[in-house]
Design a protein. Structure first.
Lengths: 121, 323
Protein backbone atom coordinates (compact mmCIF):
# COMPACT_ATOMS: atom_id res chain seq x y z
CA UNK A 1 0.00 0.00 0.00
CA UNK A 2 1.04 3.57 -0.68
CA UNK A 3 0.92 4.49 2.94
CA UNK A 4 3.16 1.59 3.83
CA UNK A 5 5.74 2.54 1.21
CA UNK A 6 5.71 6.06 2.60
CA UNK A 7 6.33 4.59 6.00
CA UNK A 8 9.48 2.82 4.76
CA UNK A 9 10.68 6.38 5.43
CA UNK A 10 13.55 6.63 2.98
CA UNK A 11 14.84 10.19 3.23
CA UNK A 12 16.37 11.93 0.23
CA UNK A 13 18.61 13.66 2.76
CA UNK A 14 20.23 10.30 3.53
CA UNK A 15 21.11 9.82 -0.13
CA UNK A 16 22.20 13.39 -0.87
CA UNK A 17 24.09 13.80 2.39
CA UNK A 18 26.86 16.32 2.85
CA UNK A 19 29.60 13.80 2.15
CA UNK A 20 28.05 12.63 -1.13
CA UNK A 21 27.29 16.19 -2.24
CA UNK A 22 30.73 17.42 -1.41
CA UNK A 23 32.35 14.65 -3.46
CA UNK A 24 30.06 15.35 -6.43
CA UNK A 25 30.95 19.04 -6.39
CA UNK A 26 34.63 18.22 -6.80
CA UNK A 27 33.80 17.17 -10.36
CA UNK A 28 33.86 20.20 -12.74
CA UNK A 29 31.52 18.41 -15.18
CA UNK A 30 28.93 17.97 -12.40
CA UNK A 31 29.26 21.65 -11.49
CA UNK A 32 28.59 22.71 -15.08
CA UNK A 33 25.46 20.55 -15.22
CA UNK A 34 24.12 22.21 -12.03
CA UNK A 35 24.71 25.88 -12.89
CA UNK A 36 21.43 26.24 -14.82
CA UNK A 37 19.55 25.17 -11.68
CA UNK A 38 20.98 27.86 -9.41
CA UNK A 39 18.71 30.72 -8.34
CA UNK A 40 18.82 33.74 -10.64
CA UNK A 41 21.60 36.21 -10.03
CA UNK A 42 23.81 33.57 -8.47
CA UNK A 43 27.30 33.49 -9.92
CA UNK A 44 28.19 30.33 -11.83
CA UNK A 45 31.27 29.44 -9.86
CA UNK A 46 32.13 26.26 -7.96
CA UNK A 47 32.35 28.25 -4.71
CA UNK A 48 28.85 29.74 -5.09
CA UNK A 49 27.43 26.39 -6.09
CA UNK A 50 28.97 24.74 -3.06
CA UNK A 51 27.47 27.38 -0.81
CA UNK A 52 23.99 26.79 -2.25
CA UNK A 53 24.08 22.99 -2.31
CA UNK A 54 25.52 22.71 1.20
CA UNK A 55 23.08 25.26 2.66
CA UNK A 56 20.48 24.38 5.31
CA UNK A 57 17.84 25.62 2.85
CA UNK A 58 18.83 22.90 0.37
CA UNK A 59 18.50 20.28 3.09
CA UNK A 60 15.06 21.72 3.95
CA UNK A 61 14.06 21.44 0.30
CA UNK A 62 15.10 17.77 0.41
CA UNK A 63 12.94 17.23 3.49
CA UNK A 64 10.01 18.97 1.82
CA UNK A 65 10.37 16.97 -1.36
CA UNK A 66 10.69 13.74 0.64
CA UNK A 67 7.44 14.36 2.48
CA UNK A 68 5.72 15.37 -0.75
CA UNK A 69 6.87 12.06 -2.26
CA UNK A 70 5.63 10.23 0.84
CA UNK A 71 2.14 11.49 0.05
CA UNK A 72 2.31 9.24 -3.00
CA UNK A 73 0.72 11.88 -5.20
CA UNK A 74 3.62 13.20 -7.22
CA UNK A 75 3.08 11.03 -10.32
CA UNK A 76 2.31 13.96 -12.66
CA UNK A 77 5.38 15.91 -11.54
CA UNK A 78 7.63 12.89 -11.79
CA UNK A 79 6.51 12.18 -15.36
CA UNK A 80 7.99 15.52 -16.40
CA UNK A 81 11.40 13.94 -15.79
CA UNK A 82 10.53 11.10 -18.16
CA UNK A 83 9.97 8.69 -15.28
CA UNK A 84 7.11 6.28 -14.94
CA UNK A 85 4.18 7.67 -12.91
CA UNK A 86 4.68 4.85 -10.38
CA UNK A 87 7.99 6.48 -9.43
CA UNK A 88 5.93 9.16 -7.72
CA UNK A 89 4.51 6.73 -5.18
CA UNK A 90 7.27 7.03 -2.57
CA UNK A 91 10.78 8.42 -2.09
CA UNK A 92 12.20 4.93 -2.62
CA UNK A 93 10.17 4.42 -5.83
CA UNK A 94 11.46 7.78 -7.08
CA UNK A 95 15.09 6.84 -6.47
CA UNK A 96 14.66 3.39 -8.02
CA UNK A 97 12.93 5.00 -10.99
CA UNK A 98 15.93 7.22 -11.69
CA UNK A 99 18.32 4.31 -11.28
CA UNK A 100 16.24 2.20 -13.67
CA UNK A 101 16.00 4.94 -16.29
CA UNK A 102 19.74 5.61 -16.29
CA UNK A 103 20.58 1.89 -16.55
CA UNK A 104 18.20 1.57 -19.47
CA UNK A 105 19.74 4.57 -21.24
CA UNK A 106 23.22 3.22 -20.70
CA UNK A 107 22.24 -0.19 -22.08
CA UNK A 108 20.64 1.41 -25.13
CA UNK A 109 23.70 3.55 -25.68
CA UNK A 110 26.07 0.60 -25.56
CA UNK A 111 23.92 -1.60 -27.80
CA UNK A 112 23.64 1.25 -30.28
CA UNK A 113 27.41 1.40 -30.39
CA UNK A 114 27.59 -2.32 -31.10
CA UNK A 115 25.23 -2.03 -34.01
CA UNK A 116 27.48 0.49 -35.68
CA UNK A 117 26.38 4.12 -35.71
CA UNK A 118 22.69 4.54 -35.89
CA UNK A 119 21.04 7.77 -36.77
CA UNK A 120 21.55 10.12 -33.85
CA UNK A 121 18.65 12.45 -33.52
CA UNK B 1 -8.47 24.97 13.72
CA UNK B 2 -10.46 26.36 10.84
CA UNK B 3 -8.85 26.71 7.47
CA UNK B 4 -9.31 30.05 5.79
CA UNK B 5 -7.37 29.87 2.57
CA UNK B 6 -3.92 28.36 2.26
CA UNK B 7 -1.23 29.63 4.56
CA UNK B 8 2.16 28.07 4.17
CA UNK B 9 4.33 27.24 7.14
CA UNK B 10 7.13 29.77 7.50
CA UNK B 11 10.39 29.46 9.27
CA UNK B 12 10.99 31.30 12.53
CA UNK B 13 13.97 33.31 11.50
CA UNK B 14 14.79 37.02 11.95
CA UNK B 15 15.66 37.35 8.25
CA UNK B 16 12.29 35.90 7.24
CA UNK B 17 10.35 38.06 9.70
CA UNK B 18 12.20 41.23 8.73
CA UNK B 19 11.43 40.73 5.04
CA UNK B 20 7.84 39.87 5.91
CA UNK B 21 7.42 43.10 7.85
CA UNK B 22 8.86 45.28 5.12
CA UNK B 23 6.75 43.35 2.59
CA UNK B 24 3.65 44.56 4.43
CA UNK B 25 4.81 48.12 3.83
CA UNK B 26 6.15 48.84 7.33
CA UNK B 27 9.22 51.10 7.51
CA UNK B 28 12.08 51.47 9.93
CA UNK B 29 11.87 48.25 11.95
CA UNK B 30 13.59 44.88 11.95
CA UNK B 31 13.55 41.63 13.83
CA UNK B 32 16.46 40.37 15.90
CA UNK B 33 17.02 37.04 17.54
CA UNK B 34 17.54 37.52 21.29
CA UNK B 35 19.96 35.20 23.03
CA UNK B 36 19.62 36.62 26.49
CA UNK B 37 17.13 38.94 28.12
CA UNK B 38 19.53 40.45 30.63
CA UNK B 39 19.57 44.22 30.79
CA UNK B 40 22.93 44.55 29.08
CA UNK B 41 21.91 42.56 25.98
CA UNK B 42 18.64 44.43 25.76
CA UNK B 43 20.43 47.76 26.05
CA UNK B 44 22.27 47.00 22.81
CA UNK B 45 19.01 46.35 20.97
CA UNK B 46 17.17 49.47 22.06
CA UNK B 47 14.72 50.76 21.08
CA UNK B 48 12.77 47.48 21.39
CA UNK B 49 9.12 47.71 20.35
CA UNK B 50 8.08 44.27 21.48
CA UNK B 51 9.21 40.70 22.11
CA UNK B 52 7.99 37.49 20.57
CA UNK B 53 8.37 34.30 22.56
CA UNK B 54 7.98 31.27 20.35
CA UNK B 55 8.00 27.71 21.46
CA UNK B 56 7.08 24.20 20.49
CA UNK B 57 4.75 22.34 22.76
CA UNK B 58 3.15 18.93 22.81
CA UNK B 59 -0.54 18.86 22.18
CA UNK B 60 -2.55 17.74 25.14
CA UNK B 61 -0.70 20.18 27.33
CA UNK B 62 -2.89 23.16 27.88
CA UNK B 63 -1.38 26.26 26.31
CA UNK B 64 -3.08 28.57 28.74
CA UNK B 65 -3.00 26.98 32.15
CA UNK B 66 -4.43 30.10 33.74
CA UNK B 67 -7.75 31.25 32.36
CA UNK B 68 -7.61 34.90 31.48
CA UNK B 69 -10.52 37.12 32.21
CA UNK B 70 -11.12 39.62 29.46
CA UNK B 71 -11.49 42.94 31.22
CA UNK B 72 -13.52 45.76 29.80
CA UNK B 73 -10.64 48.22 29.58
CA UNK B 74 -8.97 46.52 26.64
CA UNK B 75 -10.78 48.25 23.84
CA UNK B 76 -7.73 50.23 22.88
CA UNK B 77 -5.68 47.09 22.28
CA UNK B 78 -5.42 45.27 19.00
CA UNK B 79 -5.96 41.68 20.04
CA UNK B 80 -6.76 38.94 17.52
CA UNK B 81 -7.59 35.35 18.23
CA UNK B 82 -5.63 32.80 16.28
CA UNK B 83 -7.72 31.27 13.53
CA UNK B 84 -5.09 29.65 11.35
CA UNK B 85 -2.26 27.70 12.76
CA UNK B 86 0.43 28.45 10.20
CA UNK B 87 -0.19 32.16 10.48
CA UNK B 88 0.59 32.48 14.17
CA UNK B 89 4.04 34.01 13.66
CA UNK B 90 2.62 36.64 11.36
CA UNK B 91 -0.12 37.28 13.86
CA UNK B 92 2.33 37.75 16.74
CA UNK B 93 4.24 40.26 14.63
CA UNK B 94 1.00 42.11 13.83
CA UNK B 95 0.11 42.20 17.53
CA UNK B 96 3.20 44.30 18.11
CA UNK B 97 3.02 46.44 14.97
CA UNK B 98 -0.63 47.37 15.42
CA UNK B 99 -0.21 48.31 19.08
CA UNK B 100 2.73 50.67 18.59
CA UNK B 101 1.63 54.11 17.44
CA UNK B 102 5.31 55.04 17.03
CA UNK B 103 5.82 52.59 14.13
CA UNK B 104 5.32 53.73 10.53
CA UNK B 105 2.86 51.06 9.34
CA UNK B 106 2.59 52.21 5.74
CA UNK B 107 -0.75 52.86 4.04
CA UNK B 108 -2.09 49.31 3.69
CA UNK B 109 -1.55 48.14 7.24
CA UNK B 110 -2.80 51.49 8.59
CA UNK B 111 -6.02 50.94 6.66
CA UNK B 112 -6.27 47.42 8.03
CA UNK B 113 -5.86 48.69 11.59
CA UNK B 114 -8.54 51.30 11.13
CA UNK B 115 -10.89 48.88 9.38
CA UNK B 116 -10.68 46.24 12.13
CA UNK B 117 -10.57 48.63 15.11
CA UNK B 118 -14.07 47.79 16.37
CA UNK B 119 -13.95 44.08 15.60
CA UNK B 120 -14.09 41.45 18.35
CA UNK B 121 -10.94 39.34 18.88
CA UNK B 122 -12.26 36.43 16.82
CA UNK B 123 -13.32 38.76 14.01
CA UNK B 124 -9.89 40.36 14.07
CA UNK B 125 -8.38 36.90 13.70
CA UNK B 126 -10.64 36.23 10.74
CA UNK B 127 -9.78 39.60 9.22
CA UNK B 128 -6.08 38.68 9.35
CA UNK B 129 -6.75 35.35 7.69
CA UNK B 130 -8.84 37.05 5.01
CA UNK B 131 -6.42 39.88 4.28
CA UNK B 132 -4.96 39.48 0.80
CA UNK B 133 -2.02 41.70 1.66
CA UNK B 134 -1.03 39.78 4.78
CA UNK B 135 -1.62 36.37 3.26
CA UNK B 136 0.27 37.10 0.06
CA UNK B 137 3.29 38.49 1.89
CA UNK B 138 3.25 35.54 4.29
CA UNK B 139 2.93 33.10 1.41
CA UNK B 140 5.72 34.73 -0.58
CA UNK B 141 7.89 32.60 1.68
CA UNK B 142 6.34 29.47 0.30
CA UNK B 143 8.78 27.20 -1.46
CA UNK B 144 8.36 27.41 -5.20
CA UNK B 145 8.75 23.64 -5.52
CA UNK B 146 5.60 22.51 -7.26
CA UNK B 147 3.19 20.53 -5.08
CA UNK B 148 5.41 20.62 -2.05
CA UNK B 149 3.52 23.50 -0.51
CA UNK B 150 0.17 21.96 -0.87
CA UNK B 151 1.20 19.21 1.46
CA UNK B 152 0.44 19.53 5.10
CA UNK B 153 3.30 20.18 7.41
CA UNK B 154 4.75 16.70 7.97
CA UNK B 155 5.43 17.55 11.60
CA UNK B 156 1.97 18.79 12.44
CA UNK B 157 0.38 15.37 12.79
CA UNK B 158 -2.13 14.56 15.50
CA UNK B 159 0.29 13.65 18.21
CA UNK B 160 3.14 15.84 17.09
CA UNK B 161 4.52 19.15 18.24
CA UNK B 162 2.86 22.48 17.63
CA UNK B 163 4.43 25.90 17.43
CA UNK B 164 3.06 28.69 19.50
CA UNK B 165 3.89 32.41 19.53
CA UNK B 166 3.19 35.00 22.20
CA UNK B 167 3.90 38.72 21.97
CA UNK B 168 4.96 40.95 24.89
CA UNK B 169 4.94 44.70 24.71
CA UNK B 170 4.12 47.83 26.71
CA UNK B 171 0.78 49.42 25.85
CA UNK B 172 -0.22 52.67 27.55
CA UNK B 173 2.12 52.15 30.46
CA UNK B 174 1.36 48.50 31.18
CA UNK B 175 3.11 45.34 30.04
CA UNK B 176 0.79 43.07 28.04
CA UNK B 177 0.93 39.46 27.02
CA UNK B 178 -0.88 38.86 23.73
CA UNK B 179 -1.47 35.18 23.07
CA UNK B 180 -3.75 34.30 20.16
CA UNK B 181 -4.92 31.17 21.96
CA UNK B 182 -6.21 33.09 25.01
CA UNK B 183 -9.51 34.84 25.43
CA UNK B 184 -8.01 38.31 25.57
CA UNK B 185 -4.95 40.41 26.30
CA UNK B 186 -3.36 39.84 29.71
CA UNK B 187 -2.23 42.87 31.70
CA UNK B 188 0.97 41.99 33.56
CA UNK B 189 1.14 45.23 35.50
CA UNK B 190 2.44 48.75 35.06
CA UNK B 191 5.81 49.24 33.37
CA UNK B 192 7.93 51.96 31.82
CA UNK B 193 9.52 52.07 28.37
CA UNK B 194 13.01 51.63 29.76
CA UNK B 195 12.55 48.58 31.94
CA UNK B 196 9.66 46.61 30.55
CA UNK B 197 11.92 43.95 29.05
CA UNK B 198 13.02 42.92 32.57
CA UNK B 199 9.38 42.33 33.49
CA UNK B 200 8.79 40.47 30.25
CA UNK B 201 11.78 38.32 31.07
CA UNK B 202 10.14 37.30 34.35
CA UNK B 203 6.84 36.53 32.65
CA UNK B 204 8.59 34.37 30.07
CA UNK B 205 10.50 32.49 32.79
CA UNK B 206 7.19 31.75 34.51
CA UNK B 207 5.69 30.58 31.24
CA UNK B 208 8.54 28.18 30.74
CA UNK B 209 8.24 26.87 34.28
CA UNK B 210 4.56 26.11 33.62
CA UNK B 211 5.54 23.54 31.06
CA UNK B 212 7.56 21.80 33.73
CA UNK B 213 9.76 19.02 32.49
CA UNK B 214 8.11 18.53 29.10
CA UNK B 215 10.56 19.08 26.33
CA UNK B 216 10.31 22.70 25.35
CA UNK B 217 12.06 24.23 22.36
CA UNK B 218 11.85 27.95 22.32
CA UNK B 219 13.39 31.10 20.99
CA UNK B 220 12.97 34.80 21.44
CA UNK B 221 12.78 37.58 18.90
CA UNK B 222 12.77 41.31 19.39
CA UNK B 223 11.12 43.80 17.09
CA UNK B 224 13.55 46.71 17.11
CA UNK B 225 14.11 49.89 15.22
CA UNK B 226 16.05 49.38 11.98
CA UNK B 227 19.63 49.02 13.24
CA UNK B 228 21.05 50.83 10.22
CA UNK B 229 18.87 53.87 10.97
CA UNK B 230 19.99 53.84 14.60
CA UNK B 231 23.68 53.70 13.63
CA UNK B 232 23.24 56.41 11.02
CA UNK B 233 21.65 58.66 13.63
CA UNK B 234 24.56 58.06 15.98
CA UNK B 235 27.03 58.98 13.22
CA UNK B 236 25.10 62.15 12.39
CA UNK B 237 25.14 63.15 16.06
CA UNK B 238 28.91 62.74 16.30
CA UNK B 239 29.43 64.65 13.06
CA UNK B 240 27.32 67.52 14.32
CA UNK B 241 29.28 67.64 17.56
CA UNK B 242 32.60 67.57 15.74
CA UNK B 243 31.54 70.39 13.47
CA UNK B 244 31.34 72.68 16.46
CA UNK B 245 34.85 71.74 17.67
CA UNK B 246 38.04 73.54 16.65
CA UNK B 247 40.40 71.47 14.47
CA UNK B 248 42.90 70.90 17.25
CA UNK B 249 40.38 69.96 19.95
CA UNK B 250 41.59 66.96 21.97
CA UNK B 251 38.05 65.46 22.01
CA UNK B 252 38.30 64.76 18.29
CA UNK B 253 40.33 61.65 18.87
CA UNK B 254 37.62 60.08 21.05
CA UNK B 255 34.89 61.05 18.58
CA UNK B 256 36.84 59.55 15.71
CA UNK B 257 37.29 56.28 17.51
CA UNK B 258 33.55 56.18 18.36
CA UNK B 259 32.81 56.87 14.75
CA UNK B 260 34.95 53.97 13.59
CA UNK B 261 33.29 51.63 16.01
CA UNK B 262 29.81 52.57 14.80
CA UNK B 263 30.88 52.22 11.17
CA UNK B 264 32.16 48.77 11.98
CA UNK B 265 28.79 47.77 13.48
CA UNK B 266 27.09 49.21 10.46
CA UNK B 267 29.19 47.11 8.14
CA UNK B 268 28.43 43.95 10.13
CA UNK B 269 24.73 44.80 9.95
CA UNK B 270 24.93 45.26 6.19
CA UNK B 271 26.69 41.91 5.83
CA UNK B 272 23.93 40.31 7.88
CA UNK B 273 21.29 41.83 5.62
CA UNK B 274 22.99 40.41 2.53
CA UNK B 275 23.13 37.02 4.24
CA UNK B 276 19.42 37.23 5.10
CA UNK B 277 18.63 38.15 1.54
CA UNK B 278 20.67 35.23 0.19
CA UNK B 279 19.00 32.80 2.60
CA UNK B 280 15.53 34.08 1.70
CA UNK B 281 16.29 33.58 -1.99
CA UNK B 282 17.24 29.99 -1.26
CA UNK B 283 14.12 29.45 0.85
CA UNK B 284 11.98 30.45 -2.10
CA UNK B 285 13.96 28.60 -4.77
CA UNK B 286 12.60 25.55 -6.54
CA UNK B 287 15.28 22.95 -5.89
CA UNK B 288 13.57 19.97 -7.51
CA UNK B 289 15.37 20.21 -10.89
CA UNK B 290 18.70 20.43 -9.08
CA UNK B 291 17.86 17.47 -6.84
CA UNK B 292 16.89 15.45 -9.88
CA UNK B 293 20.12 16.39 -11.68
CA UNK B 294 22.20 15.34 -8.67
CA UNK B 295 20.44 11.99 -8.32
CA UNK B 296 20.72 11.39 -12.05
CA UNK B 297 24.45 12.06 -11.91
CA UNK B 298 24.84 9.65 -9.00
CA UNK B 299 23.07 6.97 -11.06
CA UNK B 300 25.36 7.62 -14.04
CA UNK B 301 28.36 7.24 -11.78
CA UNK B 302 26.86 3.97 -10.52
CA UNK B 303 26.77 5.35 -6.98
CA UNK B 304 23.01 5.64 -6.55
CA UNK B 305 22.12 1.99 -6.04
CA UNK B 306 24.33 1.42 -2.96
CA UNK B 307 23.13 4.74 -1.53
CA UNK B 308 19.48 3.66 -1.87
CA UNK B 309 20.26 0.46 0.02
CA UNK B 310 21.90 2.47 2.80
CA UNK B 311 19.00 4.91 2.97
CA UNK B 312 16.49 2.05 3.21
CA UNK B 313 18.47 0.57 6.09
CA UNK B 314 18.62 3.91 7.83
CA UNK B 315 14.88 4.37 7.39
CA UNK B 316 14.18 0.94 8.90
CA UNK B 317 16.37 1.70 11.89
CA UNK B 318 14.58 5.01 12.38
CA UNK B 319 11.21 3.29 12.32
CA UNK B 320 12.37 0.60 14.74
CA UNK B 321 13.63 3.27 17.12
CA UNK B 322 10.24 4.98 17.07
CA UNK B 323 8.36 1.89 18.13
Amino acid sequence: QQQQQGRSSVQLNDVLNTQVLSALLDDPAVCSSLYPHLPDQTEHTPAQLRQVVLSPQFQQALHGFTSALQSGQLGPLIQQFGLDASSGLSPEAFLRGIEHKVRENQQNASSNKDEDHMDES
Amino acid sequence: MAEAGNWCLIESDPGVFTELISGMGVHGVQMEEVWSLDSESMERLKPVYGLIFLFKWQQGHSATAEPTQPDGGNDHIFFAQQVIHNACATQAILSILLNRPDIDLGPELSNFKEFTADFSPDMKGLAISNSDLIRSVHNSFARSDPFVNEMHDPNAGKDEDVYHFIAYLPIHGALYELDGLSQGPVNLGPCDEDHWTDQANEAIQQRMARYGDTELHFSLMALTRDRLDTYQEQLDEIDALMLSLPDDAPERRQFNSNRMEIEHHMQLEQEKRSRWHRENTLRKHNFIPMIYQLLHTLAEKKQLDPLITEAVDKGKKRNAAKQ
